[in-house]
Design a protein around this ligand. Structure first.
Ligand SMILES: [Zn+2]
Length: 250
């Protein structure tokens, strides 16, 4: 079950370095910087989707502040889709998000190493896996059939996550090629969500670094879905217990 982003103020868990400016967006952002990472992301998405993104922390002063160190407050694993850049949809500036992107949020050993770097060396403790409406990579995996070149590795990584959705697909007509049947939007939507949950399950079971912190509760994984039509991000509910995918692309 999805929960619409909550914008009320919440827990106070981290205090990053702030600029000295006061008033307007600066004051609002100073308050926000003390909030829980999910609240910060929710506030940023609210600004973005209502056309009020303030593009805070994108100026030369911020660049100079960050030249020798970074302290991102969250990590976002998102699709490479050009319509879903995490920094924009969450209205966050330089140094605020550590971002790992690939089509369909597919992970391999190298992208997992990037996640481990952020956790081990930058102390990031909140990881968002951000799927999105009408994802092309998930569509390709759902359609089945032979994919050319390296695209087959994408499909192989996503397929174990979306078996439930695949079982709901209408059967192709007699003699029709696999994948030729039209995918109902609700089945694609379900597959996007299942893929997000599958990626989270894979990360939670990825030892030794991530699994250890996940099992002690020090590392938080949150699934999310981006709506291409409205610009809204919704948090997904608690993931069901799911086995990690047995295959990953190399
Ligand atoms: Zn996508």
């Amino acid at each position: 079950m999805r929960t619409l982003l909550c914008l009320c103020t919440g827990l106070f868990v981290c205090v990053p370095v702030l600029r000295s400016a006061v008033g307007g967006p600066d004051l609002e952002r100073a308050r926000e910087a003390r909030a829980d990472p999910l609240e910060r992301l929710a506030s940023g998405n609210q600004r973005y989707r209502s056309g009020k993104a303030d593009h805070f922390n994108e100026d030369r002063e911020r660049r100079r502040d960050l030249a020798h160190a970074q302290h991102p407050f969250a990590l976002v694993i998102g699709c490479a889709d050009s319509r879903v850049p995490p920094e924009l949809v969450f209205d966050q500036g330089l140094g605020e998000l550590f971002v790992v992107r690939s089509a369909g949020e597919v992970l391999d050993d190298l992208s997992i190493a990037s996640v481990e770097y952020a956790v081990e060396h930058l102390d990031v403790r909140t990881i968002i896996v951000l799927g999105h409406e009408r994802c092309g990579a998930v569509t390709a995996a759902l359609s089945g059939g032979e994919l050319p070149g390296h695209l087959k590795y994408l499909a192989r990584a996503i397929e174990p996550h979306i078996e439930e959705a695949r079982a709901q697909l209408p059967k192709p007509a007699d003699g029709a090629a696999p994948g030729s049947a039209e995918i109902p939007p609700e089945v694609l939507d379900a597959a996007v969500e299942q893929n997000v949950r599958g990626v989270i399950a894979d990360l939670e079971n990825c030892g030794p670094i991530l699994s250890e912190l996940a099992h002690t509760g020090e590392l938080r994984f949150v699934g999310a879905r981006y709506d291409l039509d409205t610009g809204a991000v919704e948090w997904l509910g608690q993931p069901k217990a799911q086995e990690p995918a047995s295959r990953r692309p190399r």
